[in-house]
Design a protein around this ligand. Structure first.
Ligand SMILES: NC(=O)c1ccc[n+]([C@@H]2O[C@H](COP(=O)([O-])OP(=O)(O)OC[C@H]3O[C@@H](n4cnc5c(N)ncnc54)[C@H](OP(=O)(O)O)[C@@H]3O)[C@@H](O)[C@H]2O)c1
Length: 319
């Protein structure tokens, strides 16, 4: 095998893809997006507990993948403060196992990490060369996962992303829409700034980069293997994001708009501390792969439209 492309044992064959965590927000979209790329084995908690390294190895060996997409993670940021060992097992040890198995079979490992590896103290956007200094257990466990992959021999792409939301799963957008049905007033933190990133935009960009890499369009893996920031463009506070959600939801979903009050982080105590500014620079991603994600506003438009379509088809289906 030459070093100019990544997988498959027989280059004329489509790459075999293993998606870990396909019940999550991102995993679900990745499974849809990669459907035509090659045969997919998609696994969730029912077939593998990420905290069980032996079982995880077994699953990877059985799937015999050329590409591993790891969308599984312990993402309960506040609960992680009291479940440090479990967060570490899923976010740090499991990625290490995946990297070892990927290296063993010369597979490409795609992994996702977080803006919460940073402490939020920077004025501008964070680059890949800025020093991480996580403020919470979740961020520390995700950083350890990145490092385990970087220290392995596996060809890899680690995409650090932020404020992930989409039409499915547990996320800020769906929580806001639920709260709007239950309450007339909401207080939302206005002094944490980040880039809301839709699972749809994330999966689409991942697809573009991985298929390009598999086709050898970006040169040899030594040229592109590594860590990249991958978020929607622009930035906003949680309060600003909530405002944008309710404006669109009122127009397109007929949702009730609660009265919003901006509050400071100190007035909304949580178990885990969070960075004030976690905006990531996407310049390295753009320069290396020519891929740019949409603005957070247009990604939000797309997700709200998809919710609108779902609700319309449910309504027409129930008639
Ligand atoms: N969500 C965010 O705001 C955010 C921000 C920055 C970075 N990220 C990163 O982006 C990636 C995707 O996040 P996401 O929002 O799509 O996560 P998510 O919706 O919480 O999904 C996590 C996935 O991991 C699975 N999982 C968790 N514990 C498991 C275990 N013990 N065994 C097997 N599977 C387990 C979940 O399975 P179940 O469905 O059965 O629980 C689910 O499929 C992650 O790497 C995350 O760290 C997320």
């Amino acid at each position: 095998m030459t070093d100019s492309s990544v997988p498959a044992a027989n280059p004329s064959e489509k790459p075999r893809i293993l998606i870990v965590g396909n019940s999550g927000q991102l995993g679900r979209e990745l499974e849809r997006m990669f459907a035509g790329v090659g045969p997919i084995v998609a696994v969730n908690r029912e077939s593998v507990d990420m905290a069980d390294p032996d079982r995880l190895r077994e699953v990877v060996r059985h799937a015999a993948p050329d590409v591993i997409l790891n969308a599984a993670a312990y993402t309960a940021v506040d609960r992680a403060e009291s479940e440090m060992a479990l967060a570490h097992a899923i976010n740090a040890l499991a990625p290490r196992v995946l990297a070892e198995e990927a290296a063993e079979r010369n597979a490409l490992l795609i992994h996702f990490s977080t803006d919460y590896v940073f402490d939020g103290s920077k004025q501008g956007s964070w680059t890949e060369t800025d020093a991480p200094a996580p403020l919470n257990v979740y961020g520390a466990s995700k950083l350890a996962g990145e490092q385990a992959i970087q220290n392995s021999r596996a060809r890899h792409l680690i995409f650090r992303t932020s404020w992930v939301y989409g039409p499915h799963g547990k996320n800020f957008l769906l929580t806001m829409l639920r709260l709007a049905r239950e309450r007339d007033r909401l207080s939302i933190v206005d002094d944490q700034i980040g880039a809301p990133t839709s699972s749809l935009a994330l999966a689409r960009a991942t697809h573009a980069i991985v298929t390009g890499a598999l086709a050898g369009r970006f040169g040899s893996p030594q040229d592109w293997s590594g860590l990249y920031h991958m978020t929607c463009a622009g930035s906003v506070s949680w309060f600003g994001f909530a405002q944008a959600i309710f404006t669109r939801a009122a127009n397109q979903l007929g949702a009730k708009s609660p009265e919003l009050t901006p509050i400071a982080t100190k007035d909304y105590p949580t178990a885990a501390a969070r960075p004030r500014n976690s905006v990531l620079s996407n310049e390295k991603l753009r320069a290396r792969f020519g891929v740019e994600l949409p603005t957070w506003q247009s990604a939000l438009d797309e997700v709200i439209s998809s919710l609108q379509q779902t609700s319309e088809s449910e309504t027409s289906g129930s008639e």
